[in-house]
Design a protein around this ligand. Structure first.
Ligand SMILES: [Zn+2]
Length: 135
């Protein structure tokens, strides 16, 4: 067996788990502090990766940071200076609160509003768990 074949065999032996778990990587923010504001350049992309609207994600972030913010094209601008670490942490919290299914922990969910309540509806296991409603 030559080296290439060995290499290929080795590659095909990489456990599927490794590729599976990296399938759902937490999106990283690309922020930059400009004056007294923080701009997240890839904001829309993050929301799309999470299958949520940029508006909903922004509502969560500004509430958690007790600030205000605006969407513009693919960016979000927040009032105040925030570190990438703080923003990434908020994305993780958002995912836990509004993306992952509370029953099977899969991210393949939708937010459904019924009356004044918000539910996380899972496309994998069919569970519907209440989520906090963002005002
Ligand atoms: Zn589920």
């Amino acid at each position: 067996m030559d080296y290439d074949a060995l290499l290929e065999r080795g590659l095909s032996k990489i456990p599927e788990k490794a590729t599976k778990s990296s399938k759902y990587e937490t999106p990283q923010t690309e922020p930059s502090i400009i004056g007294a504001k923080t701009v997240i350049y890839n904001f829309k992309e993050i929301a799309e990766r999470l299958n949520r609207t940029p508006n909903h994600l922004l509502k969560f972030i500004v509430r958690e940071l007790a600030t205000s913010g605006a969407l513009e094209d693919s960016r979000a601008t927040l009032q105040g200076r925030f570190t990438k670490e703080a923003l990434d942490e908020l994305v993780v919290r958002y995912i836990k609160a509004y993306v992952l299914c509370g029953s099977c922990n899969k991210p393949d969910t939708k937010l459904v509003r019924e009356d004044r309540l918000t539910f996380i509806s899972c496309e994998v296991c069919g569970a519907k768990n209440p989520a906090k409603t963002l005002m």
